[in-house]
Design a protein around this ligand. Structure first.
Ligand code: THU
Length: 144
């Protein structure tokens, strides 16, 4: 079994870093030349990843996290335990605001993220985030 969310060991972070770097190498970023790779450990032990895919219509560019979330859902879903993102220099890259929301949907408050400033929880990276509970409280619908 993978480690609990607050017990991700150094070897796991190294694996995530390598997977994110491998994804970054596949990035399609001919416009910004800013390559990004992201990788995450899922609560069933799977490792998912993605890279940024730019477009001549700049606004429809897909961030690396979009590909990661697609990989996660396509592979059966689950909760993200730990997440790492790198830039073209293989350094930690902060997820943009939209991607924090994308990740929030598939995380727990204790999900860990390797940020440029160090390891942070999802709760710290997106405090007070909007989630399914906010919808349920108004519509009463259970989306599960
Ligand atoms: N980018 C990501 O892939 N993820 C982020 O969270 C931040 C930005 C990409 C989008 C674009 O291809 C490039 O980085 C420059 O913004």
């Amino acid at each position: 079994m993978p480690p609990a969310s607050d017990e991700v060991d150094a070897a796991t972070w190294q694996r995530l870093h390598e997977a994110a770097c491998e994804a970054m190498e596949a990035a399609y970023a001919p416009y910004s030349h800013f390559r990004v790779g992201a990788a995450a450990l899922v609560d069933d032990g799977r490792l998912v990843s993605g890279c940024n895919v730019e477009n001549a219509g700049y606004g429809v560019t897909l961030c690396a996290e979009c590909g990661l979330v697609s990989d996660l859902v396509r592979g059966g879903g689950g909760r993200i335990v730990a997440f790492a993102c790198v830039d073209g220099d293989r350094k930690p890259c902060a997820p943009c605001g939209r991607c924090r929301q994308l990740l929030f949907e598939h995380s727990t408050p204790r999900t860990l993220l390797a940020m440029p400033s160090g390891i942070m929880t999802m709760d710290e990276v997106l405090p007070g985030g909007f989630g399914r509970g906010d919808l349920e409280s108004v519509t009463g619908a259970d989306p599960a």
